[in-house]
Design a protein around this ligand. Structure first.
Ligand code: PLP
Length: 374
């Protein structure tokens, strides 16, 4: 079994979630819209699942809409928010370090005539609230700010952004991509003061193919998909009951102690990694499960391959970038040698200290071999 240190890319489905999905696909296979008992039982189970997920997120069940993934939620939130504010203005604020699932739909709006302010991070990946406050305008209709950056593990000032929007009087809705923050850092949408918030199942030990959108009660948005009227008419399509059951089970299986466990494993691993010759910690991350390191002069793609040959999985940045230096690390203004040698290391509660030892030992060995080859 490889040592998996890339849980920000995806996670192994936990036993509880796999079992719940199996049961929903076999015994509980009914269509929740069917009027007979098999269908109504599926509808009742789905209702219970929605309550469980809402409980984990800290919102009302009716504020949650199930959808297929984080990308779908981010795209919908952004399009629906600008549609909502279309008579009030055409200015959007986001950060330069958002995931492509946020940046790409915003770039598409920019091509359609929206003006976009991209808030830049400092060298450590933090976003300044002063810059946000200065950027807010009477025609700002959307602010989209992630909770936890997927490559650096930094936490962004979402609650403070909500306050700044209120203070400014701008008509902006606030969307938060909480795909990496959900369960890993404590928050509720109410505490953050967001209007829209997106989560994804496969980052929290549920399968791929399920996510959810929080839509603040009272906010009326245009539906994502028209059809049979499922999900209160907002996202038609027969509900993926197995994935929903699995997401609820994964939420129920998550323990508050898991956060401490993650933080402990990450701190231990960083301590070990700091002793690898030449290694730089690019971001130790505020969130308990993500950090970024670099071996300047060693291309990340090569490191990923060499580590994979030794049975260790880490990422050369977001799994979505495939070979190109990531826009997130580029935004930090890192020197090129560091930028090209960046690795993201991310943890799940299953990881143990020994995994950190193995990573540090392999990287030390790689650097020694490289010196010997020169
Ligand atoms: N937003 C963030 C911060 C992510 O890390 C990811 C996935 O890596 C996404 C959105 C997209 O989520 P999904 O893979 O569920 O589409």
């Amino acid at each position: 079994m490889p040592i998996y240190l890339d849980s920000a890319a995806t996670t192994r489905v936990c036993q509880e979630a796999a079992q719940a999905a199996y049961e929903a696909m076999t015994e509980g296979f009914g269509n929740p819209s069917s009027g007979y008992a098999v269908g109504q039982q599926a509808a009742a189970r789905m209702k219970a699942c929605r309550e469980t997920v809402a409980d984990s997120l800290g919102c009302l069940p009716e504020e949650l809409t199930f959808l297929s993934c984080g990308t779908e939620g981010d795209n919908w939130a952004i399009r629906a928010a600008v549609e909502y504010g279309k008579r009030r203005g055409k200015h959007i604020i986001t950060t330069a370090i958002e995931h492509a699932a946020v940046l790409e739909p915003i770039k598409a709006l920019e091509r359609q005539g929206y003006e976009v302010t991209y808030l830049k991070p400092d060298r450590k990946g933090h976003i300044s609230l002063d810059e946000l406050t200065a950027a807010l305008r009477p025609d700002t209709v959307l602010v989209s700010m992630m909770l936890v950056n997927n490559e650096l593990g930094t936490i962004l000032p979402v609650a403070q952004a909500a306050q700044a929007i209120r203070d400014s009087g701008a008509p902006a809705l606030l969307h938060c991509d909480a795909v990496q923050g959900f369960l890993k850092v404590p928050f509720t949408p109410g505490e953050l003061g967001v209007d829209l918030l997106t989560i994804s199942g496969h980052k929290v030990r549920a399968p791929k193919g399920i996510g959810a959108q929080y839509i603040r009660k009272g906010l009326e948005l245009k539906p994502l998909l028209l059809g049979g009227g499922q999900e209160r008419g907002l996202r038609s399509g027969t509900e993926p009951t197995a994935q929903i059951a699995a997401l609820a089970a994964a939420c129920a299986a998550w323990r508050a102690e898991d956060r401490e466990k993650l933080a402990h494993t990450k701190a231990y691993t960083l301590d070990r990694l700091r002793r690898v010759p030449g290694l730089e910690v690019v971001s130790s991350g505020d969130a308990p499960h993500i950090c970024a390191i670099a071996l300047p002069g060693y291309p990340s793609e090569m490191l990923v391959r060499d580590l994979s040959d030794r049975g260790i999985c880490v990422s050369s940045g977001s799994a979505c970038h495939k070979g190109k230096p990531s826009h997130v690390f580029a935004a930090l203004g890192l020197p090129k040698r560091t930028l090209m040698g960046v690795l993201r290391v991310s943890f799940s509660p299953e990881n143990r200290q020994e995994d950190g030892d193995a990573l540090a030992e392999c990287l030390t060995e790689i650097t020694k071999n490289r010196i010997a080859m020169r």
